[in-house]
Write a protein that binds this ligand. Structure first.
Ligand SMILES: Cc1cc2nc3c(=O)[nH]c(=O)nc-3n(C[C@H](O)[C@H](O)[C@H](O)COP(=O)(O)OP(=O)(O)OC[C@H]3O[C@@H](n4cnc5c(N)ncnc54)[C@H](O)[C@@H]3O)c2cc1C
Length: 616
């Protein structure tokens, strides 16, 4: 068994930032990741990192923009902490050698981004995430932090106390993708989940195939609530054929959106009379699809993004990567012609419920980055706010897990006296139908292979390893269907029914499809018997996570009867603060998810935020 003080699952931006912070507190830290750190999806981030660095800008303005962007569903303690800490994190990156784009006077450049009242997005060309990952990986290597790359964490080692708040996480079980070995990782002080987004729940997504929501699904089944999962961000500018992202940086630099009638529709059809193309992402995505639905799109599918007027010199200097993406994936030369774009799944605002210190309601279990919901973005994330989030809250989770001296968090986790029961009118009984193939865990490790009492930390980890070995063997020995059939069905129904525009009937039909997919998953098996780089096996295990998260997103979407941020409901066209200024919480509850709500915290450090109508 491998043993460390702090084990960080995931080595993207959040994971590496957490590991560095924990190491700075003196902890023996390990990063366990299914991908090599610099292949993590943070590397795909193009546009930039928001931070109030300029004399004329302030953290209060950044906090206000973030709260407004969230459509007043963000929690003020998270937003204030974020806006205050982001500048130091960017300066820290600069000191570590991040090659930021610069002005002639040598200062780090900042550009406008959607929903920001000040141009505060720092960037490194249109490859910000790539440089961020490499800068942090250098720090990981320099510090000698142990990296177990190409290890797939398949379950958490959590005690089986009845009440999740009494449970403790002692580590995890992981599968060595290179050898097929399943081994235990014991964390003496804490496990930090930093596993990224669940974009693979959809088929048209900007996310990589590795983004399967493993962390949220594992935490959910272990007893941690998932928060606000219905809030999925659809980015307005993705290439139609692949979902590859065309950065908001293009619009930040002055790129213009046109419909099929060559109208600058954001203004001409009144979607955002002040900000136009730089309105918040939810607003622009809905505008594009409305244009297409009303017959003003191109090929009934997309609109166009034009950057030709910016001139070759500026485009090559600041957006060169975009030229390559448009050429390689769509065959379009962005210097000569507009690029076709349409909305695509991009980001999950919800995730594992945490407080500002990254703690979950399970002792010793933390989360940070896109897999977590602190709640900073509420119902809609502003572009450029995810990278500073993973820096700020990754660092805080790392410090706290390593025993750093930090103030007590203001955001509560787990159900409390302020929680309110909820109900959802699902056409099918959601949750597990019976233990999935090779899956002996009912909830939080309740089922143990020997049926005996598990007492020590090492034994909790060991039992998890035994269970996971059995699961792998069962999957390899079975003779059932391939996971891809199930995953395709989920992606198809989610893209069709739980997209930008949502209707009650569609959401219900998605739940029925998810139920069928869950049943079909009982018969999955892996045809490739190999123990070395068996990607079929990994994808099969991931597919279970995709199913659980698709269901959580859809249940939350069906329950929330209002229109807020990225969650548009045909049958509920208004934001209803009197009833819905609250977070959607889902608890796995042994496969029979429990829905409840917790209030949004609008009381900030300097003021209480007043919900206002959101216009751009
Ligand atoms: C194309 C694109 C462009 C973007 N551009 C921007 C931008 O310009 N600005 C901005 O603020 N945000 C941007 N975002 C959002 C932002 O990049 C992401 O939210 C953020 O990078 C996620 O970082 P992360 O560390 O949480 O996850 P990731 O970087 O995805 O890392 C996840 C890590 O977890 C590991 N992992 C996952 N599951 C397991 C498992 N079961 N076992 C072991 N390891 C596991 C992976 O190997 C990986 O190392 C963009 C997103 C996309 C998709």
């Amino acid at each position: 068994m491998n043993e460390h003080d702090v084990i960080v699952v995931g080595a993207g931006g959040a994971g590496m930032r957490a590991a560095i912070a924990a190491h700075e507190e003196g902890a023996d830290v390990a990063l366990v990741s299914k991908l090599h750190p610099v292949r993590s999806h943070t590397g795909a981030a193009e546009g930039g990192i928001n931070a109030a660095l300029h004399d004329e800008d302030s953290w209060e303005l950044h906090a206000y923009d973030t709260m407004k962007g969230s459509d007043y569903l963000g929690d003020a303690p998270a937003i204030d902490t974020f806006a205050q800490d982001a500048p130091d994190e960017v300066i820290q990156l600069e000191h570590w050698g991040m090659p930021f784009s610069r002005e002639e006077d040598g200062k780090v450049s900042q550009r406008p981004f959607g929903g920001l009242s000040f141009p505060r997005t720092t960037y490194a060309g249109a490859e910000t995430g790539h440089h961020l990952l490499h800068t942090m990986y250098e720090q990981v290597v320099k510090r000698g932090i142990e990296v177990y790359d190409e290890w797939y964490v398949s379950d958490l080692a959590v005690t089986d106390h009845e009440d999740p708040e009494d449970r403790r996480c002692y580590g995890c079980a992981a599968y060595d993708i290179k050898t097929g070995e399943v081994a235990g990782f014991h964390a003496r002080d804490g496990v930090i989940l930093a596993t990224g987004g669940p974009g693979q729940v959809y088929d048209h997504t900007t996310n990589a195939v590795a983004n399967t929501g493993d962390g949220p699904a594992m935490a959910y089944r272990a007893g941690v609530p998932l928060e606000d999962m219905e809030f999925v961000q659809f980015h307005p500018t993705t290439l139609p054929s692949t979902g590859v992202l065309i950065s908001e940086g293009v619009r930040g630099e002055g790129g213009i959106l046109y419909n099929g009638e060559e109208e600058r529709f954001m203004f001409e059809h009144g979607y955002a009379n002040n900000e136009g193309e730089l309105a918040s992402r939810d607003v622009v995505s809905r505008a594009e699809l409305t244009e297409v639905n009303e017959g003003r799109g191109i090929d009934d599918e997309y609109v166009e993004l034009d950057m030709r007027h910016l001139g070759e010199e500026r485009i090559v200097d600041r957006l060169e990567n975009i030229l390559h993406l448009a050429e390689d994936f769509e065959g379009v030369d962005g210097l000569d012609e507009p690029m076709p774009v349409k909305p695509g799944q991009h980001y999950e605002m919800g995730g594992i419920e945490t407080n500002e210190n990254g703690e979950t309601c399970i002792n010793g279990l933390y989360a940070a980055g896109e897999c977590a919901c602190v709640s900073l973005h509420g119902s809609n994330r502003l572009g450029g706010n995810a990278l500073p989030e993973l820096l700020v809250f990754g660092a805080r989770a790392g410090r706290h897990a390593a025993g750093g001296d930090m103030a007590k968090a203001e955001i509560p986790t787990g159900p409390s006296a302020r929680s309110e029961d909820g109900a959802v009118d699902s056409p099918v009984k959601p949750g597990a139908v019976k233990p999935a193939t090779g899956d002996t865990v009912a909830d939080g490790g309740e089922v143990r292979s020997d049926g005996g009492a598990v007492t020590t930390a090492g034994e909790v980890v060991e039992q998890t390893v035994i269970r996971e070995r059995e699961r792998v063997e069962t999957l390899l020995e079975g003779d059932g269907i391939n996971h891809a059939e199930v995953r395709d069905d989920i992606q198809e129904t989610m893209t069709e029914n739980v997209n930008v525009f949502r209707e009650e009937d569609n959401l219900k039909s998605a739940l029925e499809d998810i139920r069928q997919a869950r049943e079909a998953y009982q018969d999955v098996s892996v045809s490739d018997p190999s123990r070395t780089f068996n990607t079929d096996l990994i994808h099969t295990i991931e597919t279970r996570n995709v199913i659980d998260l698709a269901e959580a997103i859809t249940l939350g979407a069906l329950a929330r009867e209002e229109f807020r941020g990225a969650h548009w409901r045909k049958d509920h066209q208004e934001r209803r603060d009197e009833d819905w200024l609250k977070h959607t919480m889902l608890r796995w509850n042994g496969g029979d998810p429990d829905l409840y709500y917790k209030p949004v915290i609008l009381e900030g450090e300097e003021k209480t935020y007043e919900p206002k109508e959101r216009s751009y």
